[in-house]
Design a protein around this ligand. Sequence first.
Ligand SMILES: *Cc1c(COP(=O)(O)O)cnc(C)c1O
Length: 421
Amino acid sequence: MQYTQIKKTDPQIYQIIKAEEKRQREGLELIPSENYTSDAVMEAMGSILTNKYSEGYPRKRYYGGQKNIDAMEELAQRRALDLFVPQGSQKNWHINVQPLSGSPANIAVLLALLNFGDKVMGMSLDQGGHLTHGHPVNFSGKAYKFFQYGVRRDNQQIDYNEVEKIAFKIKPKMIISGATAYPRMIDFKRFNAIAKKVGAIHMADIAHIAGLIAGGVHPSPFPFTDVVTTTTHKTLRGPRGGVIFCQKKYASAIDRAVFPGLQGGPHDHINAAKAVCFGEAQKAGFAKYAAQIVKNSKVFAKELKKLGFSLVSDGSDNHLILIDLSNFEITGKIAQETLDKVGITVNKNTVPFGKRSPFDPSGIRLGTAACTTRGMKENDFAMITDLIKNALSNICNEKKLIKIKQQVKKLALKFPVPGIK
Ligand SMILES: *Cc1c(COP(=O)(O)O)cnc(C)c1O
């Protein structure tokens, strides 16, 4: 992107964009929910489609002039179905590409399929779940009666027996599977079996792992769910946005919940960018990218363990790693701040059964998707491991940290960032 106009008309925002370009180019991005979109996705996002208002759905709009927007939205729908849903079962599935992001997608499903106060199950935030899976500060936790499950103490993996026990006891109307800080594969089949035994709707939230599922390196929830929600901007590498897939019988309830229930006009420029992203994910290179994410995570986890880091669940099957720093005698907050100083971006995170507050928890969360998009491979992640260990062993040594920052920059600059010239 060139920013020639904004440079002239709004130098303040131009400077901020340029400074952020420098940060992204010279640093190592390890936040597992982040990624770099392609130039094509950015072109769609920056297109004149942003000028249109198109409340409603293709061929059922409230305003005129929708010929091109309808074609775009139908293409986005078609591509998303082709990407995620096996040919044979596509006739059973409906898709809504209008949710503005992952959280509004989840809230729309709750609004569509439940009554306020209904019982729902979701994974608790401090064990890996998302805010919209029933946290008390979130709309989900305020409007519905959530019961939370978590992970086992011994292996820190989802406690499916506990899920089943709670489900039998409370008879929820819906069970949500999916997580935001969970380094292992999710057994959607098992979740579905439990949901069916108690007559609950099974909703899978694949926000983090959608790219891995599309790339064929994580089992798909599609044979085993009633509803699937996702973001489009994490491992899927598209624009910021959300999508809802549902069994046909829920189609009109879901569509009405998104609009007019929750949202107004769809963001057509973003939905076009979603279509571009789904198209990119159908190309051959995408499966290779997804496979490389997991390969990188495996090596990253192995190297971190070699250097004495303790990992939640002792490893990773996906794009994400949670380090429990308790044995290093530093907190997640200090680790995040120290790594920020050297240009390595991570986020502090609770670890299951951790004793510290969410504002200064015991862990940090790392992911391999963004650096994989830049082209980094196993040996680069071995280097990143050394840089992390070095920084966290020198938190008070500013001179040393400056040196490490130079090493980070040197490694990062070997790999271009899409969209930054
Ligand atoms: C990121 C995430 C979301 C929400 O996405 P936003 O786009 O940030 O609203 C929902 N569910 C899960 C599991 C997530 O990881």
